[in-house]
Ligand binder design. Sequence first.
Ligand code: SAM
Length: 292
Amino acid sequence: MNKDIATPIRTKEILQKHGFSFKKSLGQNFLIDPNILRNIVGHAEVTDQTGVIEIGPGIGALTEHLARSAKKVVAFEIDGRLLPVLEDTLSPYDNIEIINQDILEADLNKVIEEQFEGYDDIVVVANLPYYVTTPIIMKFLLGKVPIRAMVIMMQKEVADRITASPSTKAYGSLSIAVQYYMDAEVSMIVPRTVFVPQPNVESAVLKLTKKEEAPVQVIDEDFLFRVARGSFVQRRKTLLNNLQTSLKDGKAKKQEILQAFKVAEMDPGRRGETLSIEEFGRLANALYPEFK
Ligand code: SAM
């Protein structure tokens, strides 16, 4: 087996050889601990039948671990300066495709069609650039990209929000949007010391696994998420107050909202943070005819 990229010494050598300087604005914090990488790949349950999408390969630390276990790895890297580095570091592997593109600009379903034709198992594995964690996750979920799971490193605070249960401080519209599609669990907490440069925040690896079935049948998913966002505009306010200011650009009539609560058989004096996803679904369906 080839020498790991992700040791402190090898990483330093690679960076020096290519004269690479980190761009903070691109969330460049590279992993320098092969144990963490092995654990990430393990949590993703990658086999020789798996197609992996990686976001942000950096100098290839995680990419090579994925390539050793997977059938194929397709990695999106926005920073063109890393292409010659990756060509060098990943030269021993023939099952890696690097795409020099902003993941947020990519047509993911098309890429999957082209790169993973005939694959039954596709996962996303990444040490994410923290400045775009949420948009990246939501692009995969809202785009109905056919993946089994996402195993992704992020800021611990964001992982806590995604996995939060009702009536906790971290629970909010992000918890609802992600948990509507995926089962979410924190796989491990990761110290700052395993990155170079070290980030200012604690990190966690989150595992998201696609739910077999949505937790609630809604008329319109986008509308459910709008209602959820609107319900948390001011956490301390009641659902009625928050929805009155957020629906119909603040022009919603109180009576119309109260009528929907009656249909949903729900107390308008509750706070958004107490509602389960199922209850948000019920409320959204009741509000939909008047406020869609
Ligand atoms: N995977 C490497 C590792 O673990 O050492 C690097 C991870 S680093 C946290 C994030 C990587 O994502 C960087 O290589 C950065 O250039 C890249 N990146 C940042 N924004 C991106 C975007 N919008 N699309 C694709 N890659 C991006």
